[in-house]
Design a protein around this ligand. Sequence first.
Ligand SMILES: Nc1nc2c(ncn2[C@@H]2O[C@H](COP(=O)(O)OP(=O)(O)OP(=O)(O)O)[C@@H](O)[C@H]2O)c(=O)[nH]1
Ligand SMILES: [Mg+2]
Length: 336
Amino acid sequence: MLAKIHMFIDEIKFFAEAGHGGDGVVRWRREKFIDKGGPNGGDGGKGGDIYAVAVADIHLLSKYKHKKTFEAEGGAPGEGGSRHGKDGVDLIIDLPVGSVITNIESGASVSLDKVGQKELLLKGGVGGYGNEQFKSSINTTPEKATKGKKGEEGNFKIELELFADVGLVGLPNAGKSSLLNAITNASAKIGSYQFTTLDPNLGDFFGFTIADIPGLIEGASEGKGLGTKFLKHIKRTRMLAHLVSLENDNPMKVYKQIRKELEVFDKTLLEKEEVIILTKTDVITDLKKIEKVKKEFEKIPASPSQGGEKPVFTLSLYDDTSVKKLTDELVKLSKK
Ligand SMILES: Nc1nc2c(ncn2[C@@H]2O[C@H](COP(=O)(O)OP(=O)(O)OP(=O)(O)O)[C@@H](O)[C@H]2O)c(=O)[nH]1
Ligand SMILES: [Mg+2]
């Protein structure tokens, strides 16, 4: 297997500091024959703020792998002639939509849920006052100016939790990536070996997002295989599509193993709506067996949010009718 050069990164930490306010200055008007004209030292500019903005690029965090600090520009000092110093430019940090930003010191957190969402992380310091501000009837020649204030600073943790409408789960080789490629615009890597998928893939399905994550195996919650590291990416999906390959001698056992791993990771995953997709029907010649397995799965009670039974589909990517039947139903379920 080829080594992956670009590892998917879904967690980073950094220190950030908003811009320092510019200092106010002491200046005097130049007037003929007068040593000091009136005070005209301007105020310092404001330091730049730091914002986070959500963009649609789930691989973006890898760009910041080596970036440990972010700093916004400081405000410029005031100038003579009552001129204000220039404000520092705001710094905008692009983060993938689905990022949860936590200020490590305060614990405050905000989630970027929509592309374009902009959140203020740190405020720049205000500029200091120039001596003109201190002019009064009793002090016409103030020597005083104040320094700009420091910008806010903080340590941040960014955790990416993808947003999708449907999350594909199942053992390695169940056909998750193949299905994603078949019904969306995605071009995920497919292979006849386990753990072909090492990073999550997203695909667009009639305006809904489907997430394909690396396969789970028994013991994943204890770190076996790729572990459950990627399950956080289906925490925020509304619906799970659980793929079980009919190549397995005991599909029900496999299904239950995966459900168990989901439960150990986060019990609430079991409460999500779930559709069951029995894949690779083409490898089974005995059609009665397919029906029998399907019937068995149809007895599984639905999650409370769903009511009734869980929809069970049989699928072969070589059988267009089965693909169409599944996509039609998925569209209906996604719209619900
Ligand atoms: N016969 C048959 N093979 C299929 C079907 N769907 C997928 N496959 C094959 O099954 C193998 C695994 O497919 P993938 O889509 O990579 O499986 P996956 O679930 O994404 O696997 P991981 O990424 O390892 O978790 C590939 O060789 C596919 O060509 C199907 O409907 N019929
Ligand atoms: Mg895959």
